[in-house]
Design a protein around this ligand. Structure first.
Ligand SMILES: Nc1nc2c([nH]c(=O)n2[C@H]2C[C@H](O)[C@@H](COP(=O)(O)OP(=O)(O)OP(=O)(O)O)O2)c(=O)[nH]1
Length: 128
């Protein structure tokens, strides 16, 4: 089973979502950006590195959400992150949006992300 960390990057009550490229696995589906950890790398270190590599922005992870075990093949570990600066560049993805949480269900998600979206919606409802 591979571990993939992903970031729910928050800024001004919105969260960043990214669309996978045409040639990537799970092409054109929406995800929270992130990627696989390197050997011995801490989850949050790997996440900060992946977001810098993929989007050229700096994030600060602050809360781990529930890990999703998808088909015993992939463990997706989501983190809430503060946006700390930079200008988004699409170095790997096809598109990105900053969306309000209520808009999240409109997108076609990678299957493993569906429970993450649900947990995030619950959590943001409790904030209001
Ligand atoms: N980054 C990310 N990957 C996800 C999510 N949901 C999901 O099923 N995946 C899958 C897609 C890929 O099979 C795998 C992550 O691979 P990746 O290609 O994004 O990771 P990476 O940047 O480390 O890629 P690589 O260069 O090592 O291949 O996890 C998600 O929300 N974010």
């Amino acid at each position: 089973m591979i571990t993939v960390v992903c970031a729910l990057i928050e800024h001004n009550n919105r969260v960043l979502i990214a669309q996978r490229g045409e040639k990537m696995q799970q092409a054109l589906l929406w995800e929270f950006p992130g990627g696989k950890l390197e050997r011995g790398e801490a989850e949050t270190d790997g996440l900060v590195r992946e977001i810098q590599e993929e989007l050229a922005i700096t994030v600060q992870p602050y809360q781990r959400l529930s890990a999703v075990n998808h088909n015993n093949a992939l463990q997706l570990v989501p983190y809430l992150c503060h946006f700390r600066g930079g200008i988004v560049q699409l170095l790997e993805h096809r598109a990105y949006y900053w969306v309000v949480p209520e808009e999240l269900p409109k997108y076609t998600w990678c299957p493993a992300d569906v429970p993450v979206v649900e947990e995030y919606l619950q959590l943001t409802k409790c904030r209001d």
